[in-house]
Design a binder for this molecule. Structure first.
Ligand code: FAD
Length: 605
């Protein structure tokens, strides 16, 4: 009957999404699915539930069960811990996508922009055991049947992006490709002006209208998000070469052993023999058999010069590795020889896989100088609008590829960031929150697959579930303040016209139950309006629904105390005093509300 036809059509459409093998194909399949099943992808809160209702088969049920199990973790507060929080994620690499998924599970509205519309990186990422467990929990096997089968502990970057993109879409992340982030746009002076937005290219794209409270920089090593200074680690010259060869999945190829990085970094005999036999001098080499045969190696400069890969010697690495100074032919034969020797000449044919431009996929990269952000997060305020900005992935901490730490530390930082956003939404004090985030960030470069918790089943965004002997207070709140808050602007005008003040109060308290601000005295007696002002500013501080009109003194006192503790606004009176008469003293109210106005719109704006 009609119902059965619809149900099998839904399963078929969903299967097309699951099987899609490119970024564009995935987005296309997703949009067809939504259209045909009449699902609204912008209804982010209900999307997953509606999709689940529409697509039912035993096979897909296994995926729903996994995702439901994940979503039920108590940290997410039943998808409500961060409801109302709007997040812009910049970059659809593995870490941007992974962060987006956590933020959706927390209930945020998440918009992700990616400047490209292809996932083309054949290069392979090493996955620590926790990351394999994590991805399995998100249904990795459903999207990619070969995911970490047997003892495999790696995945191609493109395959990982593809899988995370599908999960993101299913959970209600709004993804826009071919959209490039340029810079943040501050809220402007005009009344009712929009909050924080982004300047994007193309500038007419609908994302430019999106107002957000949180922005995540996940656009890789270059990091476009402003406000973060970077530390540079200049080590000894380190030139890495990556090469991908076609994997035809033959029996002969299957029997060739992989080269795990750690084992080979210490195998000096191997490197001596390689040098004697081929003239190639390496510091390390890693080989993973994935969708391609992937090799990453660090080569010594003299050997690259001797083998004609580098045409001339220059002291500056930039010139040394500039395209004009690299012979592509010699580079290909260098990589092929190293790969051949490394695998005992067992790989039958070493034909290069092709990159996005259709060229042989071999490349040389400079790791002499690597970057890490000075801080992981900061809070900006303009015209009373707060913005939490955070970095994840390579934008935060650039990895040295042969060590294979990028994805693992990237995921850990994604979880830590989601934890911070949860705390921000719950109304935790700003400096305390930033200090905790910086403490965790300091741990990050020291994390190894050995020293993090082995109890993967317990893992959540709560850092205590992942880092044993966690000291989340090694950075103290007073240490973050000068670094993480933006430079001071001119002081605010101390006098605020009563008309402007009233209009501002009305805007801020609009829509709150039992609150109708008509003036600057009587309307404030129940205390609810004051509580609404604070709630609008930081919802996690007050359970507004639990307040009643019957306790005016208690309500006012609550607001006065919170304003003092959280925003440094000195009280002008007590709750009891302010509510003693038929209406609060107007002069006192104007005086106090002016202070709140200035604190919330930030005196430094
Ligand atoms: P990325 O994976 O770099 O993703 C950043 C995303 O942001 C990209 O999709 C990019 O298109 C997008 N973007 C950039 N600027 C903007 C903007 N202004 N607006 C919108 N979107 C933007 N690691 C290894 O361990 N081994 C390897 O062999 C290896 N090879 C790599 C090869 C290349 C070419 C690159 C770039 C990285 C490689 N890495 C490798 C690093 C590895 O990919 C990352 O550590 C890992 O993917 C996590 O990165 P990420 O998500 O933070 O950033």
């Amino acid at each position: 009957d009609v119902e059965d036809v619809r149900a099998s059509q839904a399963v078929r459409l969903f299967e097309t999404l699951v099987q899609a093998s490119s970024c564009r194909g995935t987005l296309q399949a997703f949009s067809t699915l939504c259209r045909q099943l009449d699902l609204d992808p912008l209804d982010h809160h209900n999307f997953y539930g509606h999709l689940k209702d529409a697509v039912r088969s035993w096979k897909v049920q296994a995926l729903w069960t996994k995702l439901d199990k994940r979503a039920q973790n108590k940290v997410y507060g039943q998808n409500g811990a961060c409801s109302g929080t709007r997040v812009l994620v910049v970059g659809g690499g593995p870490c941007g996508l992974r962060t987006a998924i956590e933020l959706r599970l927390l209930g945020c509205k998440v918009v992700l922009i990616e400047k490209r519309d292809t996932f083309s990186r054949n290069n392979v990422l090493h996955l620590w055991p926790f990351a394999i467990h994590d991805l399995r929990g998100l249904g990795a096997k459903h999207f990619y049947g070969k995911f970490c089968a047997g003892s495999i502990d790696h995945i191609s970057i493109r395959q990982l992006q593809l899988m995370l993109l599908k999960v993101s879409l299913i959970l209600g992340v709004e993804v826009h490709v071919n959209v490039e982030f340029v810079k943040l746009l501050e809220p402007s002076e005009e009344p009712d002006a929009p909050g924080w937005r982004a300047l994007v290219l193309p500038s007419s794209h609908s994302v430019s209208e999106f107002e957000f409270d949180v922005v995540i920089g996940a656009d890789g090593r270059r990091n476009t998000l402003e406000g973060f200074s970077r530390k540079e680690f200049r080590g000894k010259l380190a030139i890495a070469i990556t090469a991908n060869f076609v994997n035809r999945n033959s029996a002969a190829e299957a029997s060739v052993e992989e080269i795990s990085g750690v084992a080979f970094i210490f195998n000096q005999r191997f490197f001596l023999e390689l040098r004697d036999e081929t003239g190639i001098d390496l510091e390390n080499i890693v080989y993973y058999k994935d969708q391609t045969h992937y090799f990453v190696m660090t080569a010594k400069k003299h050997s690259l010069l001797e083998k004609g890969v580098l045409l001339r010697d220059f002291p500056e690495t930039e010139r040394l590795l500039s395209p004009e100074n690299v012979s592509q032919d010699a580079l290909r034969s260098f990589a092929r020889q190293a790969a051949d020797f490394g695998t005992g000449y067992q790989l039958p044919a070493l034909d290069f896989a092709v990159d996005q431009q259709g060229r042989p996929d071999v490349a040389v990269f400079d790791f002499t100088c690597m970057h890490a952000a000075e801080s992981a997060a900061l809070i900006r305020r303009r015209r009373g609008r707060r913005l939490l900005a955070a970095l994840v992935g390579d934008s935060l901490l650039e990895p040295f590829w042969p060590m294979g730490t990028g994805c693992a530390r990237g995921f850990l930082a994604a979880f830590d960031t989601a934890w911070m956003i949860r705390g921000w939404r719950a109304g935790r004090a700003e400096l305390e929150l930033l200090a905790e985030r910086e403490s965790l960030y300091r741990l990050l470069p020291q994390t190894t697959s050995e020293n993090i918790s082995k109890n993967f089943e317990q893992y959540s965004i709560d850092p205590a579930t992942r880092y044993p002997n966690l000291n989340s207070c090694c950075v103290r709140p007073h240490q973050v303040s000068p670094r993480t808050t933006p430079p001071a602007g001119p002081p605010a005008d101390p006098a605020v016209r009563p008309g402007l003040l009233l209009a501002w109060c009305q805007r801020q308290t609009q829509g709150y139950r039992g609150v109708r601000v008509r003036d600057l005295s009587r309307s404030w007696r129940s205390g609810l309006a004051l509580c609404a002002l604070i709630h609008r500013q930081r919802p996690g501080l007050i359970d507004f629904d639990a307040l009643t009109e019957d306790d005016p003194a208690g309500n006012v006192q609550l607001a006065l105390d919170l304003a003092q503790r959280e925003f440094g606004v000195q009280p002008v009176t007590t709750g009891a005093e302010l509510t003693a008469g038929a209406e609060p003293d107007k002069l006192l109210m104007v005086f106090y509300l002016t202070r709140l106005y200035q604190a919330f719109r930030d005196p430094r704006d």
